[in-house]
Design a protein around this ligand. Structure first.
Ligand code: PMV
Length: 327
């Protein structure tokens, strides 16, 4: 390898329709249950990794700033594993930028670690296939493994490092769903998902949620493959509510919603009663992902921005796989 080797990759975050919450193995991030998601076309992390023999430690620049030591340590641990795989020892300078708010429940860690996996492995001289890349991304952030394949993606929980990875269920053009994310807060969340996963087991409801996950996965997969929005709505809202019920009943409890979160949820249910195909799902944050179909998206976006407390709406369609940047 040269003294200096670099690569730049781009990844979209993803929204989970069947959620991952809780780990069987927190170190390897083997999840308690399988999950299913869609990549988000208009949101992205763009990450450059540059190994340099003159560096004395890894350096990280996130959204043009030096982040806290914990973030740097997390990236260093991840790069240590890539260096181990590639048999190299150089430190790296990592520069990453998101075009959406970091850490507010819009899965910034998913796109960040998916992009980092491709950029870091490529610059280290590794040629990983999609499955290996997904397994690598999983070690950085569980949901990052779902930002590696394209379009609609399933993460099979598996039992170990080899068997826990994500694959594409259907390409991006399979179904023109719109995800209209109602932003009610851009603050960095107080409890990150890593600590949240560790708390899942303390909820009385987690075993029930996990025990029924295969059934929900089957229903959601079928709804997507059949483009059946009604069946999709029922299972997606149930799954989101189940995860938040676990969060609210863990010890200590996690409560991510704000008043505007609930206002959006109620509006969505009202619109549906009036015949609009629309449903909601919420990750570990207060912002609400409002899913609808192409013909109704303009109306849904216009109505969302009218809700007090909604500062803006970010719109995405199904997104691509992680990719190298041309530049
Ligand atoms: O990948 P993590 O550790 O950031 O966990 C993601 C957890 C949720 O976003 C709440 C659910 C999911 O499946 O994406």
């Amino acid at each position: 390898m040269n003294q200096i080797a670099s690569a730049t990759a781009i990844a979209n975050p993803n929204i989970a329709f069947i959620k991952y919450w809780g780990d069987k193995d927190p170190m390897l991030r083997i999840p308690a249950n399988g999950s299913l998601s869609m990549n988000l076309s208009n949101l992205q992390s763009r990450t450059t990794v540059r190994y340099d023999s003159t560096l004395e430690r890894d350096e990280l620049i996130l959204d043009r700033k030096v982040p806290d030591d914990l973030a740097v340590e997390r990236v260093t641990r991840f790069l240590d594993y890539v260096r181990h795989l590639a048999g190299i020892s150089y430190y790296a300078r990592v520069e990453s930028e998101n075009n959406f708010p970091t850490g507010s429940g819009i899965a910034s860690s998913a796109s960040a670690f998916a992009a980092l996996s491709l950029a870091a492995s490529k610059a280290a001289g590794l040629q990983l296939d999609e499955r290996s890349l997904s397994r690598l991304a999983r070690r950085g952030s569980g949901s990052a493994c779902r930002s590696v394949p394209a379009g609609f993606v399933e993460w099979q929980s598996g039992e170990d490092d080899d068997s826990s990875y994500a694959f594409s269920l259907a390409p991006a053009d399979h179904w023109q769903l719109y995800d209209c994310i109602a932003i009610v807060s851009q603050e960095h969340k107080k409890t990150g998902s890593r600590e949240g996963h560790a708390l899942a087991e303390t909820s009385l409801l987690q075993n029930t949620r996990v025990g029924d996950a295969t059934r929900r996965l089957d229903l959601c997969r079928q709804a997507i493959l059949n483009r059946d929005f009604q069946a999709f709505t029922e299972i997606v809202e149930l799954d989101s509510n189940l995860m938040h019920a676990v969060m609210m009943t863990s010890q200590p409890r996690l409560f991510y919603w704000q008043p505007a979160t609930l206002a959006v949820m109620r509006a969505v249910v009202d619109w549906r009663r009036n015949g609009i195909p629309v449903c909601f799902t919420i990750d570990a944050g207060p912002n609400v992902h409002v899913i609808t179909l192409a013909d109704h998206s303009s109306r849904v976006i216009a109505d969302l921005v009218q809700i007090p407390g909604v500062s803006k709406v970010l719109v995405s369609r199904p997104g691509k796989a992680v990719r190298l940047s041309e530049e």
